[in-house]
Unconditional design. Structure first.
Length: 435
């Protein structure tokens, strides 16, 4: 089975790729300079003109863009195409504040289909396969993004959207879905529903999961693969850049390949904005070098990761990024210590007595931060015997203490007591924000 959709682009030599990126960047810079007032002003303030951009190395001369710019020029101030050429609007799910609107031309939708096809081909989806899309459809890019990816390959789309969990399982069974695309947290919910359904596992054809839109750990991958009896792949993307399809895992799963012929990545120090060398952890920045409707140059994603430029075992040369540690704004500072929810998840997934359903509750009482973690205990370990529960609790507190450097209060809760998510999970309640 050929798992590479576009060999020319995915396996291009590094030198050729940089040349291509340079050519495309030059065109993109001219476009934003000529078609978009805010960009032109920003570049003039920095003293840069389109002619100064000769190769991809010159990208560092350009100013950054951020989520704030998208809000300041809400809704259409950053469009570079006239409305007559815009054929679709999408908006971010608003995890962090007011929605962000993006506009696509027909050419942009083709790019989206192309990069999406690279992802699902890498996962092993073929023309004859039914793929159940259980990302939400609508303004959120998840549903429609995965949808056009599978259609581009010529696979069979089952456009379920999220919710209606029992029906999801019934159709997954009856229609013989081979692929499932949704958030990892919804996949966890579906796994539970599948387990409790009247259908035996061997009547399902499901074998491939395409999970993304939120951070998830290796532990979560293992858990999902076991529960659903599938291979689970990462899909990465963000509305501002295009939606899901910016990056994907190949069968070797040593990082997420980026579609760098369309979206040029950099890693910068989030404090100083200085570029960091390959391999270092920092903030991911993207420039869309082929998009027409709303190109973004040096867009600061706030996602924290690192890049690896070595050729992959799969034959692709496309750069790989490490798992996203989280967004810089997901980081909690509790009693002066930096805590990422993904660190908590990795500890929870290590312990066989726990389910990866958890909640982080942070508050401030008498000027002191309080930090509680609620986590579900697996049915077979949940017990009325205090000693048994205390023993499990002691283990998790010990591990969390060594990984996080602080001791949370851990509350073990009954199986199925934490609310399930059908989209992006909300696992943090930080009451300090309302004080
Ligand atoms: P919102 O910002 O409202 O959540 P998006 O749906 O555009 O809107 O979310 C994009 C963000 O979701 C990314 O910047 C990243 O933080 C997160 N994300 C998307 N895919 C992944 C993934 N595979 N792994 C980790 N985080 C992801
Ligand atoms: Zn690879």
């Amino acid at each position: 089975m050929n798992r590479i959709w576009n060999e020319t682009m995915e396996c291009m030599s590094r030198d050729d790729m940089r040349k291509l990126q340079g050519i495309r960047l030059r065109k993109a810079v001219e476009r934003v300079y000529n078609c978009c007032e805010p960009y032109r002003k920003r570049m003039q303030e920095k003293g840069v003109e389109p002619g100064d951009i000769k190769s991809i190395d010159d990208i560092v001369k350009l100013p950054f863009t951020s989520k704030k710019d998208l809000r300041d020029y809400y809704p259409f101030g950053l469009l570079c195409s006239p409305m007559t050429d815009i054929v679709r609007l999408q908006a971010s799910s608003g995890t962090t504040g007011k929605p962000i609107v993006v506009g696509y031309t027909r050419g942009d939708l083709d790019i989206w289909g192309e990069v999406g096809a690279r992802c699902f081909t890498a996962y092993g989806i073929q023309k004859q396969d039914v793929v159940q899309i259980s990302y939400g459809y609508g303004l959120f890019t998840g549903g429609l993004g995965a949808h056009c990816a599978v259609e581009t390959i010529g696979g069979t789309v089952l456009p379920m959207s999220s919710g209606n969990t029992e029906k999801q399982i019934m159709l997954m069974h009856d229609f013989g879905a081979v692929g499932l695309a949704c958030t990892p947290s919804y996949a966890l919910y579906l796994a539970e529903a599948l387990h409790n359904s009247p259908y035996p596992r061997d009547e399902f054809k499901l074998k491939i999961g395409a999970f993304g839109a939120e951070p998830w750990t290796e532990g979560m991958r293992k858990d999902l693969e076991e529960k659903l009896n599938i291979k689970a792949y990462d899909i990465y993307g963000l509305t501002e850049i295009i939606g899901p399809g910016v990056g994907y895992e190949c069968e070797f799963q040593h990082g997420t390949h980026l579609c760098e012929d369309h979206f040029y990545p950099e890693i910068i120090d989030p404090e100083t904005g200085e570029p960091l060398p390959p391999g270092q952890l920092g903030e991911l920045v993207f420039s869309t070098i082929t998009k027409e409707g709303m190109p973004l140059l040096r867009f600061r994603t706030r996602d924290l990761t690192s890049l690896n430029y070595e050729k992959c075992e799969c034959g692709r040369t496309a750069v790989r990024m490490g798992k996203i540690l989280g967004r810089s704004d997901d980081m909690l500072i509790i009693r002066g210590v930096n805590v990422f929810p993904s660190q908590v998840e990795s500890v929870i997934c290590e312990l066989p007595q726990l389910e990866p359903h958890y909640l982080l509750l942070v508050d401030r009482v008498n000027n002191l931060d309080t930090f509680e973690i609620q986590v579900e205990v697996k049915e077979e370990f949940y017990s009325d015997e205090v000693a048994k529960m205390l023993d499990i609790r002691k283990r998790i507190v010990h591990r969390l203490q060594s990984v996080l450097g602080i001791s949370p209060d851990v509350r073990l809760v009954e199986p199925r007591s934490i609310e399930r998510s059908q989209g992006k999970a909300k696992r943090v309640i930080d009451k300090r924000k309302f004080q």
